[in-house]
Structure formats: structure tokens, C-alpha cells
Design a binder for this molecule. Structure first.
Ligand code: EPZ
Length: 424
């Protein structure tokens, strides 16, 4: 298992290019199942979750080719012969559930392993199943698998009890080919949803955002069509990678220019980092410049669905909060167990008290390098950030977690002054 050896105490300075968004590319890869024509996606990040999804689709006989362009992928689901997502693949990536809606819509049958929970929570998929049943699917769960049949899905008025990102994505793809009109209420409004809808529209889907108060759709109306055609699409930039790099600049008191990002998707993160004392300004199209403070200020944060402060940035922000001059209260409202990084940071010298969904971080703490263990994707990123400011060397084990969602993070950070060595 790969490890990162980080030598801390170095100020970061320079320019970082942000990759395409993993959480936009994953549903968009799955959308290839909706048509027999070719789908060409560009700006696809080279991260492990993407190769897992590509392997899963290839298992279903989707032709997946990586053309010469380094960040492009072409998919063609000529005929979907195997509508099964096996446990061996699904257990490594919960987002495999995203093939359920498209398979049902395209071939009327799907057998998808139930994604287990993961480090950050139980992460059920009951809302996906309930909504697909409303569209006429007959679904049973047995022996760890979801088995779904639907001669033809029909439109339905779906009100999600909870806002679910992949639930909204699954139903958007299913509704695109259903008979009649569907309304998705209390839908997720993340930029990744809007990007998927843009791709589906290019493929011929008829999707309308209603009650869009400018921060993305909370009601989505879909008129089903009989078939969808191929398309080309550039995946949006990864707002969480960008947020992570903003924290890297802030926490080291450095100065970073981010390129190829979408500042509009980061309003809540930028506002919070400015509140903590960082200087962040837009810089040209798709650019942001961050200047860190020697002494960040404490600032409370509660995670919320978009456009609120993203849960996927909570761990990274906690690393910064350990350096702030005072107490910051972090409240995690989305997942029930997303503070696993706190115990590892405490071992490095942080002062963090966890009480259920609340973490009180008291700073500034002088972090010392230590051997630490990554537990999930964003926790790993927060340990890298802590290692950047810790005195001495930090050895992070199980960095396969970070490789799932960050494209060459150590290369990008070393290019702006960090000292990180990947050890096999
Ligand atoms: C997506 O996960 C992201 N993953 C996650 O990013 C992200 O943390 C999460 O949305 C929240 O923003 C991808 O897009 C691939 P949810 P998802 O369904 O869709 C509950 C990362 O780091 N729920 O929006 O699985 C659920 O338990 C990953 O890149 C149900 O109860 O999250 C959670 O408490 C981690 N029943 C809440 O809703 C359901 O059927 C939000 O979950 C579905 C969800």
C-alpha cells in the first residue's frame, strides 16, 4: 500500500491546475448506458474511481476507449448485454449505484450489488429505490443485490425525503427515457447535477429547472423521450479539489494561483476561508488567487447541501482550524461519522473535541509530524494539509483513499514547493 512521506513547514507558492470533477464525471460515464451511440467526455480526471466506473461499464460490454487526448474518454453502449454490477466492483466504489437508473431506463432490467456503507456512514440507497418504484420499477433486494425490472418506466412526481446527490442523478437519467413527464422535488442542486443535466440535454433529453433561485434547481421537470443520441461534453472543474488547494495555500501562509477552476461553484468555501483570514480573489477566466495568513482566525462552519459549505470540504477546513487563534465549531450535518480525520490530527498535536456531529477545534496548535492513517478520501486530503504545516515528517499510510479522487495530488503540491514523496 502506497504511503506519502511529507516534510512539513514549507510555504507553497506557484500555480496549480485543477482537474475535472470526479463527482460530475461518474454519473456522466454512467449516462453512456442511455444510448447506443458514442459519448465523448473530456476533462475527465485520471483518478481511481473513474477507472473503477470504466471497468464496471466494460463489464457490461460498454466499449470504453481512452483516445490520445490525456483527459478524454469515449464510451459506446452499442447493446447492453450484461445489466449486472457485481459486488467485487461495487464494494470498491459506492457510486456504482449510478448504473441502476440508466440500466433500468435502457434495458428494463438491472442487478446491482447493494453498495455497503463506508467509513463516513451507512449511506443507504432507499431513496433511489423508492423513487424508481414510483416510476414503475419492481425492485427486490436479496443476497446483497438490488434486482430491478421495468417493462417501461413511466413519469412520476417524486419528492425526495432527503436531498440526495446520486439519488437525484439516478432519477434524472431514468426519467430522461421514461414514458411521460417526471417532476423531481427537493432535488439536489450541486453543480455536478447541473452538469449532468447539460450532458443529457445534449443527448436529446428534455429537462427544465424550476424554482431555480439562482443557486441551482430544487425542482427538476423531465419530459421523457423515446431515445437519446451520442454527444460530446467537457466535464466541469472539480470544486472540491479547488477548495482543497485553496486551503493548502491558506494553511501554509503561501500564495497559490488556481487555474482551470470554476470560482462560481466555491462561493461558500471562499467566504469561509476569507472569514478565517485568507485573501482570495478571482484571477482571469477560471482562475483564483489565494494568499494565506500567518495566523488564521477561528470561524465556525456547518456543512450543508449546495450552495452551503460542502461536507466534502469539512475535513480540509478542520486542518486549517487547528492553526486558527481560538476555537472553531465544525458541525457535520450530512453524514453521521465524518470526523475520522480528527483522531489522526490529534495524534499530530491538534486540540479537537468531538461531540456527536460537532467538533470543537481549539488553536493554534503546533502540529508535529507523525505516522497517520488515511480512512476515506477527504480525510486523507486533510492529513496531507496537516502534514504540510507539521514540524518534521508525516507518514500517511493507505493513500489509495486519496488516489480515488485526486489526480496526482503530490505532484501538484511538489510543483509549488511541497516536499512529498510517494513510497511504495
Ligand atoms: C455524493 O454522495 C458524493 N459522491 C459524496 O462525495 C458527497 O459527500 C455527497 O454526495 C454529499 O454531497 C458522489 O457524488 C459520487 P447523498 P451520495 O445521497 O450521493 C442520505 C466524495 O468525497 N441518504 O447526497 O452518496 C445519506 O446517508 C464523496 O467525493 C439516504 O438516507 O450522498 C446522507 O446522510 C463522499 N438514503 C445524505 O442522504 C438514500 O437513498 C446525503 O447523501 C440516499 C442518501
Amino acid at each position: 500500500m502506497d504511503k506519502f512521506l511529507i516534510e512539513g513547514g514549507r510555504r507553497l507558492e506557484g500555480s496549480v491546475e485543477i482537474s475535472g470533477a470526479k463527482n460530475a464525471a461518474l454519473p456522466e460515464l454512467a449516462a453512456s448506458l442511455l444510448t447506443s451511440e458514442a459519448l465523448r467526455l473530456s476533462n475527465v480526471p485520471r483518478v481511481h474511481d473513474i477507472s473503477t466506473m470504466a471497468r464496471l461499464l466494460a463489464h457490461m460490454k460498454v466499449a470504453v476507449t481512452l483516445p490520445p487526448a490525456p483527459d478524454a474518454v469515449v464510451l459506446r453502449a452499442g447493446t447492453v448485454t450484461s445489466a449486472e454490477a457485481p459486488y467485487e466492483l461495487v464494494k470498491t466504489m459506492r457510486a456504482s449505484i449510478l448504473v441502476l437508473g440508466p440500466l433500468l431506463a435502457r434495458s428494463g432490467y438491472a442487478r446491482v450489488s447493494l453498495p455497503g456503507g463506508c467509513a463516513i456512514g451507512a449511506r443507504p440507497v432507499d431513496l433511489h429505490i423508492k423513487a424508481l418504484e414510483q416510476m414503475g420499477a419492481e425492485i427486490t433486494t436479496a443476497h446483497g443485490y438490488i434486482e430491478a425490472h421495468a417493462k417501461k418506466l413511466h413519469g412520476a412526481h417524486i419528492v425526495f425525503e432527503k436531498i440526495t446527490v446520486t439519488g437525484t442523478e439516478n432519477l434524472l437519467m431514468a426519467a430522461a427515457l421514461a414514458d411521460g413527464e417526471s417532476v423531481l422535488e427537493n432535488a439536489a442542486r450541486e453543480p455536478e447535477i447541473v452538469d449532468l443535466a447539460e450532458l443529457l440535454t445534449k443527448m436529446g433529453a428534455r429537462i427544465h429547472f424550476e424554482k431555480d433561485d439562482g443557486t441551482g434547481p430544487s425542482v427538476i421537470r423531465v419530459h421523457g423521450v423515446t431515445s437519446l443520441h451520442g454527444a460530446e461534453h467537457r466535464v466541469i472543474p472539480d470544486r472540491i479539489e479547488a477548495g482543497t488547494m485553496l486551503v493548502a495555500g491558506a494553511i501554509t501562509g503561501g500564495e497559490l494561483a488556481l487555474t482551470h477552476c470554476e470560482p462560481r461553484h466555491l462561493d461558500a468555501v471562499i467566504a469561509k476561508l476569507i472569514e478565517s483570514g485568507a485573501d482570495i480573489r478571482p484571477e482571469g477566466p477560471g482562475g483564483l488567487r489565494v494568499r494565506g495568513m500567518q495566523q488564521p482566525r477561528p470561524a465556525d462552519v456547518a456543512t450543508e447541501e449546495y450552495p452551503g459549505f460542502p461536507t466534502d470540504m469539512q475535513a480540509q477546513y478542520m486542518a486549517l482550524a487547528t492553526q486558527a487563534s481560538g476555537a472553531s465549531v465544525l458541525t457535520e450535518t450530512i453524514f453521521e461519522n465524518r470526523f475520522l480525520h480528527a483522531s489522526e490530527m490529534t495524534r499530530m498535536g491538534a486540540n479537537i473535541a468531538i461531540d456527536g456531529r460537532r467538533a470543537v477545534v481549539r488553536g493554534p496548535s503546533r502540529l508535529m509530524g507523525a505516522k497517520v492513517l488515511a480512512s476515506d478520501l477527504r480525510a486523507s486530503a486533510s492529513l496531507v494539509l496537516a502534514g504540510l504545516v507539521a514540524e518534521g515528517e508525516t507518514l500517511i499510510d493507505r493513500v489509495y483513499h486519496i488516489d480515488r479522487g485526486y489526480e496526482g495530488i503530490e505532484k501538484k503540491l511538489c510543483a509549488v514547493g511541497a516536499r512529498i514523496r510517494r513510497m511504495r
